[in-house]
Design a protein. Structure first.
Length: 147
């Protein structure tokens, strides 16, 4: 239940230029990490649903969630492509010596992170996932205790 959300925060840290400087994730690594995290969410959702409701067909649930995952990833990819085209972002690596000489600044010198509206919505969705998962697991614990 906690692995997908922990992975999201790790991905956010891996993209913080102020913390990692020239060592931030490249675009293709973010795509791979996003697919992995989305798959973790899908598998976690399937596990929760089939644990709480044993009569649900796990294969059918996984297929439905996989379809939703594919549609969501495709929509996100299209949105990112449109945004990237508008901004004309050119992804290039750091100068050769910058990686070897770079050091993270002291924590006291780091500025607070500002999130984009899309990231705020994503965090709200993740929070909703965690709340629903915790409530469903609590319901299952109560069912097991009463049964």
């Amino acid at each position: 239940m906690l692995l997908p959300s922990a992975s999201v925060f790790l991905l956010l840290l891996c993209n913080d230029r102020e913390v990692l400087g020239p060592w931030v994730n490249r675009g293709w690594l973010n795509i791979v990490a996003t697919v992995i995290i989305a798959t973790l969410l899908m598998l976690s959702g399937t596990l929760m649903a089939t644990t709480l409701f044993p009569h649900i067909d796990a294969t059918r649930t996984a297929l439905w969630l996989s379809g939703a995952l594919a549609v969501g990833l495709a929509a996100t990819g299209i949105a990112m492509r449109v945004t990237r085209t508008r901004r004309r972002i050119k992804e290039s690596g750091p100068p050769p010596g910058e990686r070897t000489d770079w050091r993270m600044p002291s924590l006291a010198l780091l500025k607070p992170v500002t999130w984009s509206p899309a990231l705020k919505i994503g965090m709200l969705v993740l929070r909703g996932y965690l709340v629903i998962a915790a409530v469903l697991l609590l319901v299952k614990a109560i069912q097991l205790g009463a049964g």
